[in-house]
Design a protein around this ligand. Sequence first.
Ligand code: SF4
Ligand code: SF4
Length: 320
Amino acid sequence: MEETKLTGKIYDIQGFSVHDGPGIRTTVFLKGCPLRCPWCHSPESQEFPTELNWMEIRCTGVEKCGRCIFACPEKAITAGAKKISLKDESEYTVVKIDRTKCTSCFKCADACPHNALYRCGTDYTVEEVMDRVKRDMPFFKRSGGGVTISGGECLWQPKFTLALLKACKAEGIHTAVDTTGYCKWEIMEQVLPYSDLFLYDLKQMDPDKHKRVIGVENASILDNARRLAAAGGKLQVRIPTIPMFNDNRDSYREFGSFILELGDAVETVQLLPYHNLGAVKWERLGRPGPALEAIPPTEAHMKELKQLLEDMGVKNVIIH
Ligand code: SF4
Ligand code: SF4
């Protein structure tokens, strides 16, 4: 099969992104991730298959519509909570979904005229993504931007990611791969020649804590970072700074030592303070969560951690 015909499962494509690498970028979010970070604010990125999303605010109510109830072959959708319309203060009834009965046939999404029920995850070919990306070329050129492939973990859809990177490079577009680093080295090695930058997450240096909290070991993540650095890859290290997990001086000393070990391969270090936005996304998927609800670190605390890295000799540390 021609590489441009390969498909990937994507849950979003965002233009005008300014936080996913240099300049103005178009970020392509691939679905599915092997990690389970308790603070995840993109739960729609976690599962690999297409999922049913439910945005209650768009539902006009079963009194006026109710098409999804009739469309569902499993009788998984019924009348749910009463709501008051802000427009005319009339009462209406939104639907509720019994996820235990749902078989993901998406007949309800096809029947819903208001997109209150919709698919999260669409198969795109490389060609289709490139058609979308090429519209933003003038912004890339003016700002020094490009395309970032993100997720989920985009390297768990390796053929598609590689083909998309190649297609971007063929158009002269700057490319970045936003990765957890958790994949086989052979995959990283294949994408390296086509990725100008790796946005590379470091979450925890302690292997036991990493495995206990996130669900996977960190040995391959650290090893892949070392190998990328040795093979000429350019990295922007990203540290999600999470209360009670890694927002302390000891964790940051360990991050600092590792970053220094990677040498000049690290162009910038981005500290990402935990935030608790995004809880609504879990509701849309009918899932409880996120597992962690904490108070975000203060600006002063983030500056202190930044200073600690700088005192160790780490360069170009930014707080986003
Ligand atoms: S996707 Fe689930 S809720 Fe919707 S029609 Fe199919 S079985 Fe019913
Ligand atoms: S089809 Fe859509 S708008 Fe109509 S009742 Fe169902 S969810 Fe609400």
